[in-house]
Design a protein around this ligand. Structure first.
Ligand SMILES: *Cc1c(COP(=O)(O)O)cnc(C)c1O
Length: 419
């Protein structure tokens, strides 16, 4: 499903004209389609009909509490990687019993916050973390439910920055070693062993790495069963890719089919932690052309969005499709760049794109995941608003920042404060 469509030559998100939002709220802005988010969630969930399953949306992909509340209302849980994300998930009304917590550097404060919030489980990344969890749980007079994150050493065949399941990554515990660690964990008084976790990377466009990882984890689970350690939750992480350009990621049904054989007869709840797959194509960044510039070498579209709003092109050299909000046949080849004082500030490079003139609007597509969550205030640019479209209505789920937001937490020290 794609709710970004032209109607009478103008780009809409569902039944709302993107130009209308721009006129009323200015640019740039992020816009998300509620219908796309719902559809993507239910498609994922329904593909795994044969088993009990829980979808925990990866909050780091799109943490807006309006978006989280929408997903939560559909039954979705949350995969968090910090105390801040736990705060977001709870604030959005996500059921605490559907929250899983990953990350190699959980602090004592974050651990205690999550134990007190009675989350479903911690995805433990090291034995030191496990000991700290145990200590915190005992101090609080509670038990911490845990899964251990296994590093299955499978190649996700994706960008090295977003590959996380290889031996040289910082994540998880090697498969060879993890059995002993489970036995150790099962003896700790503050720990309740309930699951096994892995997350091998992001933007996967093949199912075989998922299948291989699941197989490795299941072997360990079967061994542990002989030692009376029962794993109730098999958490296979996120990572299912989306189409940015011409990638052909597996469908939910293909993903489900690739696991069906190895999971047959297993009585476990599957957990998935999709981020990009649910939100990526449900969002776009809308930006206005400020200037155009021609050098001997190149044509530039200078737009009002920049790398601080959408970091992925400069960070990963990633490709986002660019559409004009007013449909046009005219094309031009060049760079779309932002106002930031860095040569790395581009949103599209050497791109054949619709030719939009000064004052016209572009939609930078597939920006719903790792867009706003990676935005910064670099160059003291107020962060842009986030809009959730639902049918013919739009809702401001984050207002545009104003200048006083930039300096709000800052102070001129007393000794310089001459009035
Ligand atoms: C980033 C992350 C995810 C989500 O990854 P996507 O590729 O967006 O699906 C899920 N689980 C963990 C542990 C992560 O770090």
């Amino acid at each position: 499903m794609n709710s970004f469509q032209y109607k009478d030559g103008e780009l809409f998100c569902e039944d709302v004209a993107l130009k209308k939002i721009a006129e009323e709220l200015g640019t740039p802005y992020y816009v998300y389609s509620a219908a796309d988010l719902r559809t993507q969630y239910h498609n994922f969930y329904n593909a795994f009909k044969q088993t009990d399953r829980l979808i925990c949306f990866a909050v780091k992909a799109c943490g807006n509490i309006g978006v989280l509340a929408l997903l939560g209302s559909q039954g979705c849980g949350a995969d968090i990687v910090s105390g801040g994300e736990l705060h977001r998930a709870l604030k959005a009304g996500i059921d605490n019993s559907k929250i899983v917590f990953a990350g190699v550097g959980k602090t004592e404060e974050e651990i205690k916050y999550a134990i007190s919030s009675n989350i479903l489980m911690f995805n433990v990344e090291s034995m030191q973390e496990l000991d700290l969890l145990n200590k915190c749980a005992l101090e609080l007079g509670k038990k911490a439910r845990i899964a251990i994150r296994v590093n299955p050493n499978v190649d996700a065949k994706t960008h090295p920055y977003i590959s996380t399941g290889l031996k040289n990554n910082k994540f998880g515990i090697p498969a060879e070693k993890v059995k002993d660690d489970y036995i150790y964990a099962s003896k700790l008084k503050g720990i309740d062993v309930v699951g096994m976790h892995c997350h091998i990377g992001s933007q996967l466009t093949e199912v075989s790495p998922f299948h291989d990882a699941a197989e490795i984890l299941l072997d360990i689970i079967k061994d542990l069963r002989k030692k009376k350690i029962n794993i109730k939750y098999l958490d296979l992480g996120g990572g299912l890719g989306i189409t940015y350009k011409d990638e052909k990621p597996p469908s939910h049904a293909e993903y489900a089919a690739s696991l069906a054989e190895i999971l047959k007869g297993e009585d476990m709840t599957l957990i998935f932690e999709p981020g990009r797959n649910l939100a990526g194509n449900a969002g776009a960044l809308i930006t206005k052309v400020l200037y155009t510039k021609d050098t001997d070498e190149k044509h530039f579209k200078i737009v009002d969005a920049a790398m601080n709003d959408l970091a992925r092109p400069s960070l990963y050299d990633s490709y986002h499709t660019v559409q004009s909000v007013d449909e046009t046949e005219k094309t031009v080849t060049g760079d779309m760049v932002g106002p930031i004082c860095e040569s790395g500030d581009f949103l599209a490079r050497d791109r054949k794109m619709p030719d939009v003139d000064i004052g016209g609007l572009y939609a930078i597509m597939s920006a719903g995941a790792y867009g706003m969550t990676m935005a910064s205030n670099y160059n003291s640019r107020p962060r842009v608003p986030e809009i959730l479209v639902d049918g013919e209505n739009y809702h401001i789920v984050r207002r545009r920042e104003i200048y006083s937001d930039l300096t709000g937490p800052e102070r001129v020290p007393e000794f310089l404060n001459k009035k």
